[in-house]
Design a protein around this ligand. Structure first.
Ligand code: A2P
Length: 335
């Protein structure tokens, strides 16, 4: 089997470290691995497959001879270095929002639209974390009963913002418990013991950019421009694991039992749904796992053709690193 030269851009970040774990755990066929970050981390050592690897600064020369580069270092870094890498023959799988809505860049969730990977021109985009878990769960239902409308409210963990946000939540939690005041740095307000209905910047239409990503990316991944979608994205004081309350209107009525049966057979999904024993997905137990969990499946009392469900996944794994590595696995399958 061919072995690949892999690079991780943003290797020292929360998603970067998850890239390393997922590549190791899935035994990705690697001939070598380059760990890249900013100049701040150059010289730092990290372990990959029991080997110590030195982190290097990302430069335009970093991509010579690299087959696949996994990027998670923010949109600005991706915008600058992804085209440089692609020009030197590297296939970039980019976790940032920089190229997701570019029409020539495939935006891929392997359980939904793996075929789009073949159309890449050097860059493949990894979708937004909240979108990935939602479409993984909704697509198998959409295939048998086309979806007309989605209303989703998210409860998103701070690790989605990065390492500084994880530190901010833990520092503020200690400060509040010690009776001290807090000063927000990463978020506009205190996140400990609080929730913030603001993720990414506000747009002119009143939605946030995160909410609008869910609208646009869902349509692109599912190849379904006509689905009406509205989202409210909320940051909660959870370290890892995004949760979503999703109201889905289908073309025809669907029973909760039919939905459970379809979802139980779908790839990457685990149904946890038994109210009698309080069985439903939770971010605490989803953290560190690969599946998208779904439960609380019930008829929407306000609409005969709608179901309501509760979807949870590890935002760093299926929502980021795992999905990107799955894209890489699909890519090399065709070689
Ligand atoms: P560094 O640790 O050197 O700052 P997180 O999402 O957890 O905040 O991590 C962001 C990642 O992106 C880190 O690995 C960070 O490296 C990296 N990064 C930030 N800016 C750059 C840049 N200009 N070039 C390359 N990597 C960058």
């Amino acid at each position: 089997m061919k072995q690949y030269k892999v690079a991780i851009v943003g290797a020292t970040g929360v998603v970067g470290q998850e890239f390393i774990k997922v590549l190791e755990q899935r035994n990705f066929p690697m001939d070598s691995i380059s760990l890249l970050a900013s100049d701040r981390s150059a010289g730092r050592k990290m372990m990959v497959n029991h080997q110590e690897i030195e982190v290097k600064e990302t430069t335009s020369e970093s991509f010579h001879g690299i087959d696949i580069a996994l990027f998670s270092a923010g949109a600005e870094t991706s915008r600058y270095f992804s085209p440089v890498a692609a020009r030197s023959g590297t296939v970039v799988i980019d976790n940032s929002s920089a190229f997701r809505m570019v029409s020539t860049v495939p935006l891929v969730v392997p359980e939904v639209n793996p075929g789009d990977i073949q159309n890449h021109r050097g860059i493949i985009a990894n979708p937004n974390c909240s979108t990935i878990q939602m479409v993984t769960c909704l697509y198998p239902l959409h295939r048998v009963n086309p979806i007309k409308r989605i209303i989703v409210d998210t409860y998103q963990a701070v690790s989605g913002t990065g390492r500084a946000a994880v530190e901010e939540l833990s520092t503020q939690t200690k400060q509040v418990l010690d009776g001290q005041s807090t000063i927000p740095h990463v978020y506009p307000h205190q996140i400990a013991f609080n929730i913030l209905p603001e993720i990414d910047v506000f747009l002119d239409n009143g939605y946030t950019k995160e909410e609008w990503k869910m609208v646009e990316e869902t349509k692109k991944i599912m190849h379904a421009d006509d689905i009406a979608i509205s989202a409210t994205c909320v940051r909660v004081p959870v370290i890892t694991g995004h949760s979503e309350a999703v109201h889905v209107e289908f073309s025809n009525a669907m029973s909760p039992d039919d939905a459970r049966r379809i979802l139980a057979q779908a790839p990457g999904i685990k149904v946890l749904d038994d109210p009698v024993i309080s069985l439903y997905p939770q971010p605490w137990s989803a953290a560190g796992t690969d599946e998208v969990f779904v439960g609380r499946i019930r008829r929407d009392a306000s609409n005969a053709r709608s179901l309501v469900m509760w979807i949870v996944a590890d935002n760093l794994r299926k929502g980021a690193a795992l999905n990107a590595v799955q894209i890489a696995e699909e890519l090399i399958k065709s070689e």
